[in-house]
Design a protein around this ligand. Structure first.
Ligand code: ZN
Ligand code: ZN
Length: 344
């Protein structure tokens, strides 16, 4: 896969100059610099400026040979966001497979190849190294934040955390549009959003309200409103219903629904996590700890549950459990034990 980029390199001769790059199975060629695939941990791309990072920036996280920790290498990618996003996804697929293969080869040299375990994410296609994780029914993908049951491929629901409400559900991409046309001027505002159906419904009603007076954007807003109400399978609708109750503070009724859903929905770890979040919001941290332990028993490398469990231990003063949880946790992306202070 070939691409063009500008480097943010410190040297004046290279900064700002468009260079050629290529991704192969062996690694990433960036101008005259080559990074082997097994040294790349993660590649992300953001099309719009955010958090002091300029628009169209790709972050390549490369393992430092000295510290063994990832260092961010920013590149400005030329061209449309679509191909740049696919390039970032492909870098993750190639590098995760190369790191897993290197790990397997290293273990084979020590006569431990049988202990190597891995899974392929059905959503983004990366290879997830599970060697250090306890055996569990479900697996969490650290690249696309999705839990899945490798044995139940077709039945897995693609549940991701909603950026608006912070709960797991199926997400939908839609366009927020506001059109204002006056006699001599017009104003159009549009934005791509990815949200769960519950949040999308709220946004769609707001869009209908905002466009109501000026009519022009109303047909579009009504289409999004129908999409928000009519899409989604029955179990996901039930999950949205439980999330809705949790959002309204009806944590006991939400809890009953989460319990029922945990028995039928695949994957169940995100359902248990949502349940724990609703209990945390009701300030019943001891019960949230039980739910988070259940989530980790079902999906041992599920990082969001681990991070929330550590916070619950911290808040309730359970220092020994916090130390034990942190000590045994191997970060699923980095493959090493990560101190709580460095966890996102
Ligand atoms: Zn994935
Ligand atoms: Zn949401």
């Amino acid at each position: 896969m070939k691409f063009k980029f500008k480097s943010f390199a410190a040297s004046k001769s290279r900064r700002g100059r468009t260079q050629k790059g290529e991704l192969t199975e062996q690694g990433l060629q960036m101008g005259d610099e080559f990074v082997p695939a097994e040294q790349i941990v993660l590649a992300t791309y953001q099309a719009i400026a955010h958090d002091s990072i300029p628009a169209r920036t790709m972050m390549i996280h490369v393992l430092s040979e000295e510290s063994g920790k990832p260092l961010a290498m920013p590149l400005q990618i030329s061209g449309n966001p679509g191909p740049a996003r696919r390039l970032a996804e492909r870098i993750c697929v190639v590098s995760s497979a190369a790191r897993a293969a290197a790990r397997r080869a290293g273990m084979a040299e020590q006569g431990r190849e049988g202990a190597f375990r891995s899974a392929i994410c059905p959503s983004c296609g990366v290879t997830i190294d599970l060697t250090e994780a306890a055996r569990s029914q479900e697996v969490w993908c650290p690249y696309c934040d999705m839990a899945f049951d490798p044995a139940d491929g077709a039945d897995n629901k693609q549940l991701h955390v909603c950026p608006r409400c912070g709960l797991y559900s199926e997400l939908r991409e839609y366009t927020w549009l506001f059109v204002l046309i006056l006699v001599v001027a017009y104003y159009v505002s549009s934005q791509r959003r990815l949200e769960c159906l519950r949040c999308m419904r709220r946004s769609a009603w707001q869009m209908v309200g905002a466009n109501f007076l000026f009519v022009f954007g109303l047909p579009f807003a009504l289409v999004q409103l129908f999409r928000a109400y009519l899409s989604g399978g029955s179990t996901v609708r039930e999950l949205d219903g439980a999330n809705h109750l949790a959002g309204k503070g009806h944590d006991e009724e939400a809890g009953r629904r989460y319990e029922d859903l945990a028995g039928i929905l695949i994957p169940s770890a995100p359902v248990r996590y949502n349940h724990a979040i609703s209990i945390c919001r009701a300030d019943r941290l001891e019960q949230a700890i039980v739910k988070l332990k259940e989530a980790l028993a079902v999906c041992s490398n599920f990082k969001p549950a681990h991070v929330l469990l550590c916070r619950c231990y911290e808040t309730t003063g359970r220092t020994q459990e916090l130390a034990a949880q942190t000590e045994q946790w191997i970060d699923p992306l980095l493959g090493y034990n990560m101190p709580i202070a460095e966890q996102a």
